[in-house]
Design a protein around this ligand. Structure first.
Ligand SMILES: Cc1ncc(C[n+]2csc(CCOP(=O)(O)OP(=O)(O)O)c2C)c(N)n1
Ligand SMILES: [Mg+2]
Length: 395
């Protein structure tokens, strides 16, 4: 059996790409299936290489896209609720860290609330999400249990990982929030592996991986993009471009700041979208999810935002130019979206206020409860650490 036929038998869900034949002159030629190739056309939708984040944001598709308000009021309220929850938990964590009452490695998500909520809005529990250390918004938007998440951050036994993962390694398998990783770019190949599994299962699960702008300069990013496009995997690469990799601005570490454009090298569909606009982002994510579910392969989304805080915990960020930060803060996603919903009459102000106070109460309750929970006992120290526990027990 020739290799391509064998591959098709083993991986029935994978679309055929090319078959190789010997040409009349004895050289190898490639016989392409043109219908397949047509749908491989990269569709980089809206980008222009820019170095200023404001230019990047204002040049996005969302500014001109006639569908930019095409979300139902119910979906807008779901988006707002999710954003508000993310912001409330993020603020509370920062407050506790600053007060010295929470000792954990935390990474603020202020500025990312809309883009995280936009991803969550379009995924089902069976769909999977792989995140980074900056994982709080992803975890909550994917539907992680608030109590289990807060208990995990405090290292308690009732945490989603029995207190052994902590803030940096949040996960909640019950809602498809598969894992978070601390090594820049390392979640990306994990998501591609999950995409292979979804394809081999013949399921319509989609996998989303989120990562920072810095991760696009990591080798694993490029290997993953190539394989995902080659095998047309149901994976969506969501790059949260906050313009900074730790203390270094993007233009100082990336030869090209045109991140969406990188997808073209792998013949992958891509779009750049204003991440401070949750509606525009949700619509782009929706297109990508629908493509993936239809078996049309991966999409790269560059979600342009700005880091509104320090890199980690409550760290100093005096190195961030004051004027750029001030302009970005004018578009702080939660208050901006709230104002927009009120102006457009999406819901009465009283209903929005009710959401705000409900969330404040839920967050208070989760933080109080976590402090009452026990720490894991010493007998738990080796469980769930290795697949084969005999390795650590010396058996
Ligand atoms: C492979 C690797 N190199 C360096 C680090 C240290 N480090 C942690 S976060 C970070 C910045 C990454 O920036 P980006 O990918 O843009 O994500 P952001 O923190 O801005 O969300 C770096 C360099 C790491 N964790 N892993
Ligand atoms: Mg970054």
């Amino acid at each position: 059996m020739v290799a391509s036929a064998r591959a098709r038998e083993r991986y029935p869900g994978r679309p055929a790409r090319t078959s190789r034949q010997r040409g009349a002159d004895g050289h190898r030629t490639i016989d392409c299936d043109t219908t397949t190739l047509e749908s491989y056309e990269p569709t980089v939708r809206a980008y222009a290489p820019q170095h200023s984040w404001e230019q990047m944001v204002t040049n996005t598709l969302s500014e001109t896209d006639p569908t930019r308000n095409a979300l139902s009021p119910a979906d807008m309220l779901r988006l707002y609720r999710s954003m508000r929850l993310i912001a409330a938990v993020d603020q509370r964590i920062n407050q506790e860290v600053r007060a010295g009452t929470l000792n954990a490695a935390t990474y603020p998500v202020r500025g990312l609330e809309g883009s995280c909520a936009a991803v969550g809005l379009n995924l089902r529990p069976v769909d999977q999400l792989v995140s980074t250390y900056r994982n709080l918004g992803d975890a909550l938007a994917k539907g992680s249990s608030l109590d289990a998440l807060v208990a995990e951050i405090y290292g308690r036994l009732t945490g989603a990982s029995k207190g052994k993962g902590g803030a940096m390694h949040l996960q909640d398998q019950s809602v498809g929030f598969v894992t978070s990783t601390g090594i820049v770019g390392s979640g990306i190949p994990i998501a591609v592996g999950l995409g292979v599994a979804a394809q081999l299962d013949g399921s319509d699960r989609v996998v989303v991986t989120t990562f920072g702008d810095g991760a696009t300069s990591i080798g694993a990013f490029h290997e993953s993009m190539n394989l995902a496009s080659l095998w047309r995997l149901p994976v969506i690469f969501v790059c949260q471009n906050n313009q900074w990799g730790e203390h270094t601005p993007i233009a100082e570490y990336a030869a090209s700041t045109d991140l969406a454009g990188r997808a073209a090298a792998y013949a992958m569909a891509s779009a750049r979208v204003d991440g401070f606009d949750p509606i525009a982002t949700a619509l782009e994510v929706r297109v990508a999810v629908e493509r993936a579910r239809r078996g049309e392969g991966p999409t790269f989304l560059e979600v342009v935002t700005y880091r509104l805080t320090g890199h980690s915990g409550v760290s100093d960020y005096s190195y961030v130019p004051k004027d750029a930060l001030a302009r970005a803060l004018e578009r702080d996603p939660v208050p901006t979206f709230r104002r927009r919903m009120v102006e457009q009459g999406v819901a009465p102000v009283a209903e929005i206020e009710e959401i705000d106070s409900q969330i404040a109460a839920e967050v208070d309750a989760a933080f109080s409860k976590a402090l009452e929970e026990p720490f894991p006992p010493p007998s738990e120290r080796f469980t769930d650490v290795f697949a084969d526990e005999r390795l650590v027990q010396g058996l």
